[in-house]
Design a protein around this ligand. Structure first.
Ligand SMILES: [Zn+2]
Length: 94
């Protein structure tokens, strides 16, 4: 049984929010992803979630075919992350 996926933005996304971490990778393409504070909380509560980047999620038709798409966590917290977004400092790292 699949436990579900946590769809994450790539670490190279244009925006991030304070408190985001960059130490996880997409389980499919292995690119580095970012986890906002809401995503970190969700992963702590449901550690069996499979991390996948938005690109792999949107391009894998087998995933979309029988997807049961839900917000991973409380909308309020995800909106809070969205409203606190700022340019991604990870992009300036070497
Ligand atoms: Zn991926």
């Amino acid at each position: 049984m699949v436990n579900g996926f946590l769809v994450c933005a790539p670490a190279t996304a244009e925006f991030t929010t304070p408190g985001s971490i960059f130490d996880h990778h997409c389980s499919r393409c292995r690119q580095r992803v970012m986890l906002a504070t809401s995503g970190q909380k969700i992963l702590k509560e449901k550690p069996a979630l499979v991390i996948i980047c938005a690109k792999c999620y949107l391009t894998d038709e087998s995933l979309l075919a029988d997807a049961d798409i839900r917000p991973a966590g409380p909308i309020e917290q995800m909106l809070d992350d969205l409203f606190r977004r700022r340019p991604n400092p990870f992009l300036r790292r070497n």
